[in-house]
Design a binder for this molecule. Sequence first.
Ligand code: IPE
Ligand code: IPE
Ligand code: MG
Length: 259
Amino acid sequence: MNKPLECIFPNPPTGVDPTLLDVDAVPRHVAVIMDGNGRWAKERGKNRLFGHKAGIDAVRETIRCASDLGVRYLTIYSFSSENWKRPQDEVIGLMNLFATTMLAEVDGLHEEHVRVMTIGRVDALPKKTRDAFAKAWEKTKDNDGMTLVVAVNYGGRQELLDALSSYMDDVHAALREGRAPEELSEEVLVRHLYTADIPDPDLLIRTSGEMRVSNFLLWQIAYSEFVCTEVLWPDFNRYELLRALLEFQGRDRRFGAVK
Ligand code: IPE
Ligand code: IPE
Ligand code: MG
C-alpha cells in the first residue's frame, strides 16, 4: 500500500469500514466493466455523451484509489468490439473523449508512476485517439507503479482469434525453416494473447446491475471473482471500490480444488 488507509478513505459512508480491509491481501489485478453511463445521463434528462463525460471522474478516482492501495494491474473496459453498433455521434463523441482525456491525464498518471497500455484492435481507432494512447504508452512505459490497461476496441473473441492467428504464423514460420512447430498448450496460447505479460484478473467488477460478461477477457476470467453492483458507473467511487474489495476478501477461492 502506498498511503495510510485514512488518507485513501477520509470520509467513509455508514456501512463501509475501511479498517476491515486486509491491506496485505489486495487483489493483484482488478478488471472493471464500467457500465451504466447512458442510463445515468437519461435519469438526468441528458444525452448519453453527458454520462460518458461524467464517467471520467469515476475512472480517475478508481485509478488513484487502486494505485494507492497497491493494486498492480487495473483493466478498464472502455469500448467493446460491439460498441461500433451505437449511433455514430456517440461513437465519435467517445473516440474524441478518449483522446482528450488521455492527453489531459497522462502527466498526472505519470506522476503517480502509472504505466498505461491498451488491449484491443487499436489500429482501427481514429488517428487522434490512437495517437493519444500511443503518447501515453510512450511517456509511461518505464514506470514501475500500477499498470493501467485500457481495453479499447476490445473483444474477447477477437482476442482469441488474433492469438490463434499469431500462433499459426509461428507454426508456418517454423515449417518454412524446417523446425518442428511448438505444440499448442495453455502456456503457448497465453503468450499470444493481448495480455501476454499480465496476470489474470483476481476480481472482476461490473456496475449498473447487469449480470453478463459482454465479451470481456473471456480467457482470463476463468477463475476471477465476480462482483456486481447496482451503482451506475458515473456514481462509482473509492468507497464502491472498497465495498467490492471487501466482498472479494470474503470469498473462498478454490480453483476447482477442495479446501
Ligand atoms: C458504458 O456505459 C460505457 C460504454 C459502453 C462505452 P453505457 O453507455 O453502456 O451505458 P448504458 O448501459 O447504456 O446505461
Ligand atoms: C460493455 O458494456 C462494454 C463496456 C463497458 C465498454 P455494454 O453496455 O456495451 O454491454 P451490453 O451491450 O449491455 O452487453
Ligand atoms: Mg451498457
